[in-house]
Design a protein around this ligand. Structure first.
Ligand code: ATP
Ligand code: MG
Length: 584
């Protein structure tokens, strides 16, 4: 591609994507592929693009990852360090007889060993599958068995608390690699000591020929709408990771990037590991959980320039108030993005007020492997909109009735299912062991996302809700997001989750669950005030008929409100799979 629309990486503040329309028109995936090197002997391997090609070039001594442990103490790894350590991990797997295509699972917090294992696994052409370290024994067992885990990397503590008791029900698991506390040697029967193996593993590793279609990653979905699905991704996905990091997150070589997501969720791998590395930037990785003061301090002390986080975290920061922000120097921050849930307009307006720059919402799924729709640095942000499709991504809105025929909706502002032409590299290649479910996602060359959205006359996409969450009331279809956003505008409201409650006359009525900000107490008066506020803004049909106060809303570990759980609890039905439910 010759266009000036996508600039070569530059140190200047100019966005990588300067002219959306031109970039969209001229982009080809062939051009994107040419931004990467490929393996010296042919083929494409994520770990080579993320680590080795920089270690071989002029970024060898550049800090690739800067880890902060729970006490805030840093450990840095340059690209060269990462190459050596990931080589050792790949050699270690090879020595254990773990071969191409076999699955390596990780159950650990955001510690260096997890990241080294991820990349070393890819070098050895095995499939990497990260799990949330907070999972209990059952969710671990279910995923490890569905995924056919051959190796599990975990810490001594997590092993003893969660894995030892299920070890006998993991028949395929051959090797458990233990990370001892503070680098100490471990001595647990039936396991291997990671450090001991790393010490003796060779430093040189040459990645075998990797086909672009070789399986690289296995990610379980968040389980927001049901039992988590295992989405399979291939090495070719790195083309999308790289180019979306550049275009949607606007990564420049001198950036310090902080993706707050855990690798247990796809964002923490695609953008917490791969995209920043392929783009050669420094990543900050914080082991600690959310804490408003710590987060602002990290942004300041680490001089974070690009920050990628999630709506729940943003709402928690809003809840913590505006005063504490003034204590910190956040002048390095130049681009902020959000993903995972709808970002309510109020949050965008707030970010502009307190940071001087808006959060840029973007949309994607475990299944799409990378960002699909985004608000770009060079584009006007419309608060509440997910933005426009990435160059290379054909998005559309379709009518999708039960009869398997889809029809594209060309007119603006008409709600339908969001569909993507199934022709981009990071699209999943299967749901593990569920071929029928996978096939059902595709019609007429399109991947059907299961989300409802609208496109406005300017080409911006607006999220309406998940198909499963949409409320049918008195002949209208209502997306929960619209109602939640209005409730979140009220000064007392910290979080809102909206469901359809069965009703003999209206079919369903809108019911809202609300948690309050500090300093506000549930009361009949406040309930009436919120009902009135919603009715005034939304009209009587769309506004909730009922509001219930809860101390907090049930969320997945990746921060998504679990509306299906609110509904099950409301109706006294079984809660279904709660393996990803965050402990409240
Ligand atoms: P499951 O598929 O198991 O129910 P999940 O869909 O929550 O879980 P993920 O793949 O982590 O699992 O999440 C993708 C979904 O998150 C999208 O389909 C969409 O519903 C929601 N989402 C992600 N980003 C956005 C966004 N910017 N705006 C609105 N919704 C978003
Ligand atoms: Mg989903």
């Amino acid at each position: 591609m010759s266009s000036e629309a996508i600039k070569k990486m530059s140190l200047g503040p100019e966005p990588n994507l300067v002219d959306y329309d031109n970039a969209y028109r001229e982009f080809t995936w062939g051009w994107a592929r040419d931004q990467l090197d490929g393996l010296p002997g042919g083929g494409l391997n994520i770990a080579h693009e993320a680590v080795d090609r920089h270690a071989l070039g002029n970024r060898a001594k550049h800090v690739a990852m800067r880890f902060l442990n729970k006490n805030g103490e840093p450990t840095e790894h340059t690209f060269e360090d990462l190459r050596d350590k990931t080589n050792k991990f790949a050699n270690l797997l090879r020595a254990l007889g773990v071969v191409k295509g076999e699955r390596v699972f990780a159950l650990a917090g955001r510690i260096p060993e997890l990241y080294i294992a991820a990349l070393g696994t890819l070098k050895n052409q095995c499939v990497f599958c990260p799990l949330f370290s907070a999972f209990g024994p059952d969710p671990i067992k279910m995923r490890a068995n569905i995924g056919g885990a051959k190796v599990l990397l975990t810490t001594t503590q997590l092993y003893e608390r969660k894995v030892a008791q299920i070890r006998n029900s993991l028949p395929l698991l051959k090797h458990v690699l233990l990370i001892g506390e503070n680098g100490e040697k471990t001595n647990v029967p039936g396991t291997l000591d990671l450090y001991e193996l790393m010490e003796t593993a060779g430093l040189e590793f040459s990645i075998g020929t990797t086909d672009e279609e070789d399986v690289a990653l296995l990610h379980f979905t968040s389980g927001t709408t049901g039992i988590p699905k295992g989405a399979v991704h291939v090495h070719q996905a790195v083309i999308a990771h790289h180019v979306t990091g550049k275009l949607a997150l606007d990564l420049h070589p001198e950036d310090v990037f902080w993706c707050t997501a855990d690798p247990g969720w796809v964002t923490g791998t695609s953008y917490g590991i791969i995209a920043p590395l392929t783009n050669g930037v420094t990543s900050i990785i914080d082991e600690a959980e959310f804490d408003a003061e710590r987060w602002y301090r990290t942004l300041q002390d680490e001089k974070v320039s690009v920050w990628y986080t999630a709506p729940t975290a943003i709402r928690m920061l809003m809840k913590a108030g505006d005063e504490i922000i003034k204590k910190y120097d956040l002048s390095n921050l130049r681009f902020m993005a959000s993903v995972g849930e709808p970002l309510n307009p109020e949050a965008v307006v707030w970010s502009e007020k307190v940071f001087g720059i808006p959060f840029h919402d973007n949309w994607w799924q475990t299944e799409t492997g990378g960002i699909m729709i985004a608000n770009f640095a060079s584009m006007k942000v419309k608060p509440g909109s997910m933005g426009k499709p990435l160059p290379g991504i054909t998005a559309t809105i379709v009518r999708n009735d039960e009869d398997r025929i889809i029809e594209e909706i060309k007119e603006p502002n008409v709600q339908g299912e969001l569909a993507l032409r199934a022709d981009f590299p990071s699209l999943f290649r299967g749901y593990l062991n569920e071929p029928e479910r996978y096939n059902n996602c595709f019609r007429s060359g399109f991947y059907l996302t299961g989300d409802l959205a609208k496109r406005d006359a300017d080409g911006y996409y607006w999220f309406v809700g998940r198909k499963d969450d949409v409320i049918k009331t008195s002949g209208h279809l209502i997306g929960p997001f619209e109602v939640e956003s209005i409730l979140l505008e009220h000064k007392a409201v910290a979080e809102a989750g909206v469901i359809g409650k069965p009703d003999p006359i209206a079919m369903e009525v809108v019911k809202a669950f609300v948690s309050l900000k500090g300093g506000f107490e549930p009361s009949e008066e406040l309930r009436r005030e919120l009902l009135g506020h919603a009715r005034k803004r939304l009209g009587a049909v769309v506004a909730p008929k009922e509001i219930e106060f809860l101390p907090s809303l049930p969320r997945t570990r990746s921060g998504k409100i679990m509306r299906r759980l609110l509904k099950a609890r409301e109706l006294g039905l079984p809660e279904g799979d709660v393996s990803t439910l965050e402990a409240c």
